[in-house]
Design a protein around this ligand. Structure first.
Ligand code: TGC
Ligand code: FAD
Length: 388
């Protein structure tokens, strides 16, 4: 009998350190025991399972790569990737929660914040007691954040923010928002706190995707923010783009988990679904589909692991992240749709996970830079010509 793991045909796991294996196993257990039993219902009802936040914090999944002196786990980039992969094997919404908290809110406070801001927020955020969100996208167009309209102007020792942000993950859950605004000195980041007068978060409903995740609009009407809440150590678009590089790196891993969940489900189903007197798994058409999925998953696993090793060596470039985000999300979205087809009619309900993953991945392929944006980043690298 073969000793190959069908969901890791190239034994990528053998290239992980003992610590990385332990991280993967711990998060896998969390997903199996705590996420999978409830997530179909959460998706149906359109709620994010907030009960899981303290458990995720306990496991060190929030800000996992930041230093231990701020209450974080100090893990490497590959471990962060594995966390994303195992969480997204459960649901993209759970992974999104962790991505935003870790890469889009804790990371900018760590990378661009003052020591006081780090001390004030990071330990509480690692503990899951303070939830964060990240406001970059605006209603008039997310792909071109350089043209943001939200602005902040100085007023004495304070800043006054006006504008709106759209499609903000964790918006209504969050105690703080890292908000990017145009100023006279270029784009800057501000920590806006829930309850500051003039700041309102409004949940977005009627979503057919990422239903087990909170998505909101943020509105700023003369919101007065003290200078102490401005992130002092970055100016310009490279501030938010630097956060996106961190989050997008994690997103290259996450969809591998979703794709594995779909392939596993469809493989098991195909072995028990008897049609024309044999399991559909015994037909060439179904085997070709399953084999092709395993091929694409294997490519994605190798791509993300090498990207993670480059990251941990301090050599990862944004173009490499763009290529992997594009490749791996496209891979997972296609696989989820194909698995939905193999399940036949049963595939259209959330009793199975394929349609939930497929619908979720419609968001994942759009957020953190649409597929087209990442293709154009790679195209620009090849040609030296900016085609945006
Ligand atoms: P450009 O004007 O050339 O560059 C501006 C400055 O930024 C630097 N830079 C980067 N730095 C770090 N990481 C990156 N990926 C970077 N890309 C560029 C660059 O060196 C420059 O620095 P400096 O010092 O010279 O000023 O900007 P660009 O032409 O590269 O950007 C164009 C484009 C289209 C690629 C960019 O605007 C873009 O990526 N647009 C997409 C926006 C986007 O992804 N939004 C995501 C919002 S957040 C979200 O979706 C969260 S979902 C989370 C969840 O739920 O999981
Ligand atoms: P647009 O930018 O309007 O793009 C529309 C279409 O035009 C796309 O197909 C795009 O690829 C295409 N296009 C754009 N430019 C070009 C070009 N030059 N050439 C060819 N085609 C082009 N944002 C945040 O800031 N924080 C969050 O937490 C967050 N969470 C999100 C959660 C969800 C569930 C979703 C759906 C989105 C989230 N976003 C968040 C927003 C997300 O980043 C944006 O949706 C995304 O960047 C695209 O922006 P847009 O929706 O305005 O589309």
């Amino acid at each position: 009998a073969s000793t190959l793991n069908p969901y890791d045909l190239y034994d990528v796991r053998s290239m992980l350190s003992e610590e990385e294996v332990m991280v993967q196993d711990t998060v896998a257990r969390f997903t199996n025991e705590r996420v999978l039993p409830i997530i179909g219902d959460c998706f149906d009802k359109g709620v994010f399972p907030t009960d899981l936040i303290p458990e995720m914090a306990e496991l060190g999944l929030l800000g996992s790569s930041l230093p231990t002196e701020y209450g974080c786990a100090g893990m490497n980039g590959v471990s962060y990737g594995l966390i994303c992969q195992e969480l997204e094997r459960g649901d993209s919404g759970i992974r999104s929660f962790a991505s935003v908290q870790s890469s889009l809110c804790m990371y900018p406070i760590y990378a661009y914040g003052s020591e006081e801001q780090r001390q004030r927020w990071l330990p509480q955020m690692a503990a899951g007691k303070v939830i964060g969100c990240f406001g970059l996208t605006e209603p008039h167009g997310g792909s071109d954040p350089a043209n943001m309209k939200t602005n902040a102007r100085r007023d004495g020792g304070d800043w006054v923010i006006n504008g709106a942000k759209m499609w903000i993950t964790n918006g209504n859950l969050a105690h703080i928002a890292v908000v990017w605004a145009q100023t006279e000195e270029g784009i800057q980041g501000f920590i806006v706190e829930k309850g500051m007068p003039g700041f309102v978060a409004q949940e977005i409903h009627k979503k057919m995707s990422l239903r087990a995740s909170v998505t909101s609009g943020l509105f700023f009407d003369n919101v007065r923010v003290p200078e102490a809440n401005r992130l002092p150590n970055v100016r310009g678009l490279k501030g938010p783009l630097g956060c996106l590089t961190q989050a997008r790196y994690g997103i290259t891993w996450g969809p591998i988990g979703a794709a594995i969940a779909c392939l596993q489900e469809a493989t098991e189903y195909s072995k028990t679904r008897i049609l024309f007197n044999k399991p559909i798994a015994a037909t060439q058409a179904v085997q070709l589909k399953l084999a092709d999925m395993a091929r694409r998953i294997t490519q994605a696993q190798l791509l993300s692991l090498q990207l993670g090793r480059l990251k941990d060596a301090g050599k990862m470039q944004p173009t490499q992240v763009s290529l992997a985000k594009w490749n791996n999300v496209r891979m997972a979205l296609d696989i989820a749709r194909e698995c939905r087809d193999i399940l036949g009619g049963a595939g259209i309900t959330t009793e199975y996970s394929a349609i939930r993953h497929a619908l979720n991945l419609e968001s994942v392929i759009t957020y953190e830079g649409t597929e087209t944006v990442h293709q154009l980043v790679v195209g620009r690298e090849l040609t030296g010509i900016n085609a945006f």
